[in-house]
Design a protein around this ligand. Structure first.
Ligand SMILES: N[C@@H](CCC(=O)N[C@@H](CS)C(=O)NCC(=O)O)C(=O)O
Length: 209
């Protein structure tokens, strides 16, 4: 079995490294020079017509894009019952709910708010910023994880998205969010992924630009 992640440390692929570290399966990183336009070549566009990262190839036969879909697929295929609730587990509903919420509500909701887009909340899927803030807080609840005591791949997607939005000040830093991402960032797999992404920054001279 071989998993190849097309990667750049300053992209969403950095959080897929966390997914892979939580998974514990072997994988290889293929650096994509985004600044040099390597993601817009015909070879890369054949894998992902969007010309974006993350993109992942498994056993030279499975091609996947979209961070959330990649996380769901990896957890179901390699860690069902450990990083994903099984199909007959009622917690699967909450797992899917917040997994989809991160890219379909938090990402556009934060982008719309920070870019001061004008829109009718009833006409867009991400609603109002305040409703989104309250919903994120309700999802975290008493924690420690979105499914209570069970840490899942959904936390990697959700906390990774919060980390990114907080880092770029696109999301209010509510105490409940900070406590949740602190718990997440303390996990050994997250720290190992940070070291791997940090090494990639050095290896590709991205710390000198
Ligand atoms: N919807 C995609 C978004 C992917 C995305 O926007 N990737 C950015 C990096 S984080 C990218 O590849 N940008 C390069 C470009 O568009 O030129 C996902 O969630 O995976």
């Amino acid at each position: 079995m071989s998993i190849k992640l097309y990667h750049h440390p300053f992209s969403r692929a950095a959080n897929v490294v966390v997914m892979l570290e939580e998974l514990g399966e072997p994988y290889a990183l293929e650096h994509v020079n985004l600044m040099g336009g390597a993601h817009k070549t015909p070879e890369f566009l054949a894998l992902n017509p969007m010309g974006k990262l993350p993109t992942i190839v498994i056993d030279d036969e499975v091609v996947m894009t979209e961070q959330a879909a990649i996380g769901m697929y990896l957890a179901d295929r390699y860690a069902l019952g450990r990083l994903a609730p099984t199909l007959d587990d009622p917690r699967r509903a909450t797992y899917l709910r917040w997994f989809f919420y991160a890219p379909s509500v938090i990402e556009p909701g934060c982008a719309a708010h920070s870019s001061k887009y004008e829109y009718r909340a009833s006409a867009v899927g991400w609603g109002t910023y305040d409703e989104m803030l309250n919903t994120i807080e309700a999802a975290i609840g008493d924690g420690p994880w979105l499914l209570g005591d069970m840490f899942t791949m959904c936390d990697v997607m959700f906390a990774g998205t919060l980390n990114y939005m907080l880092q770029f000040k696109m999301l209010d830093a509510r105490p409940a969010y900070l406590a949740y991402v602190d718990r997440f960032n303390a996990r050994p797999a997250v720290q190992k992924a940070a070291a791997i992404n940090g090494q990639a920054i050095k290896d590709h001279g991205l710390d000198k630009k």
